[in-house]
Design a protein around this ligand. Structure first.
Ligand SMILES: Nc1ncnc2c1ncn2[C@@H]1O[C@H](COP(=O)(O)OP(=O)(O)OP(=O)(O)O)[C@@H](O)[C@H]1O
Ligand SMILES: [Mg+2]
Length: 410
């Protein structure tokens, strides 16, 4: 074990899939991916825990292999939070700091942030992050970093990210029940943005859309800062369900049609028949399949566009839109998204990291990689304790024992 390194973990608790990425961080802050895994999720509904045992069991089961690969026992992580209760608000705060000669210090910044939050965010919401967008000193705005500047009156304009308390608390309980302490909850699209955006894009204006199984999450950046977060409770599973209903087939077959045969370029030349099943025993008309998929994609992207409009960023993003999440794996999805959103659209995947980074350079790993990068940057030390019993030998608990285990913790 190299003592100059510490480890961090990103844990993406999705509705359909759970993913973990373990990274090592050296003394210089260089990040290398050392372990990862993905597995089926359980007990999640539209991005929110519907019970504790489901997600906890799924996390526990999935983590083992990531831990073995990384040679590291995960006990804490940065965790994704999702669901339509996750949202952003723009607020303002003002404080008097003393005489004009007073130099703004860290305490002043914390105090003015507190003012910008307290009483402005309902008590039933948990504040996940406060992003100061702009400061003003004695009425003069446009200040990004007022530390050590002089002034008597400090104002801040901030973007506050919050989620309903039960959503956040139950997520923490679910990870805790799998022996993983949630060090920080980060909205899905914000985590994905960390893995796929560069500083220039964030400066000029860009949106990340994480197209998941049951949710579509949006994060908008401009002037280097997070400006907006919103979640639509519809995702790629809705396409599968529509196909299952309209074609009167099993969801498994519908999923196979969606993932293997559907593309987002509905005008391209393709064979007219879709043959699925083990022996290609079922044949469907492509036109019928495409009508169903197109209708649902149109609905999803029109909802996205409504959110962009509400945030005043519709057709105002020079760096366009970056799609992540499992739903972004549909071939040519960017072609359709571009026509619906009337913006440049690209698929985003984590890049530029060391270690086994190639294996997670996929849109569906953007959230977990982004969480690991954030954890690394914020230097949350997650060092292994020598001699701690590893989970490696641990079997996935049976649900009966598992529930006992959960409730013994609270
Ligand atoms: N090749 C593919 N083409 C189209 N869709 C795909 C493909 N591969 C995966 N998907 C879809 O991606 C979705 C899963 O994505 P992801 O793992 O990001 O969801 P999740 O994080 O579990 O869900 P959520 O974020 O909504 O809670 C499923 O609906 C799946 O059908
Ligand atoms: Mg997801």
């Amino acid at each position: 074990m190299d003592n100059d390194k510490h480890f961090v973990t990103g844990l993406d608790v999705g509705t359909e899939n759970v993913r973990a990425v373990i990274a090592s961080v050296d003394k210089e802050g260089k990040i290398a991916i050392v372990g990862f895994n993905e597995g089926k999720s359980a007990g999640m509904r539209k991005g929110i825990p519907a019970n504790l045992a489901g997600p906890a069991g799924a996390i526990d089961k999935m983590l083992g292999s990531a831990e073995r690969m990384g040679g590291y026992d995960v006990r804490s992580a940065y965790v994704s939070i999702n669901g339509s209760t996750v949202m952003s608000n723009h607020t303002e705060g003002m404080i008097a700091v003393g005489t004009v000669e007073h130099e703004i210090d860290q305490e002043d910044l914390m105090r003015v942030e507190d003012i910008a939050v307290s009483g402005r965010i309902p008590a039933n919401r948990e504040v996940l992050d406060v992003i100061p967008l702009e400061y003003a000193l004695d009425g003069q705005g446009g200040i990004k970093d007022p530390l050590a500047m002089s002034g008597a009156r400090l104002e801040v304009r901030a973007c506050v990210i919050s989620a309903l308390v039960p959503n956040a608390e139950n997520l923490k309980k679910a990870t805790m029940a799998a022996d993983v302490k949630a060090l920080k909850l980060v909205p899905t699209a914000v985590a994905a943005a960390k893995a796929v955006l560069n500083e220039r894009q964030k400066e000029n204006g860009v949106a990340v859309i994480d197209f998941g199984a049951t949710t579509t999450s949006i994060a908008i950046y401009e002037e280097g800062d997070l400006q907006y977060v919103g979640v639509i409770p519809v995702g790629s599973n809705n396409i599968t369900n529509d196909l299952a209903i309209v074609l009167a087939i099993d969801p498994e077959l519908a999923e196979e049609i969606k993932t293997r045969f559907v593309t987002g370029d509905f005008n391209s030349d393709k064979s007219l028949a879709i043959k699925v099943g083990k022996n290609k025993e079922r044949t469907f008309e492509r036109k019928e399949v495409e009508e169903v998929v197109k209708a649902r994609l149109e609905e999803i992207f029109s909802e996205v566009r409504k959110k962009l409009k509400a945030a005043h960023y519709d057709q105002r993003l020079p760096e366009g839109i970056i799609l992540t999440g499992g739903g972004a794996k549909m071939r040519d999805i960017e072609v359709f998204a571009k026509s619906c959103l009337e913006a440049a659209v690209k698929i985003g995947a984590p890049a530029g990291l060391d270690g086994v980074a190639d294996a997670v350079a996929k849109p569906e790993f953007a959230v977990s990689v982004g969480l690991a990068i954030l954890a690394a940057e914020e230097s949350q030390l997650d060092t292994p304790i020598p001699g701690k019993k590893s989970k490696k030998a641990k079997k996935a608990p049976s649900s009966g024992n598992f529930l006992k285990k959960i409730f013994s913790k609270f």
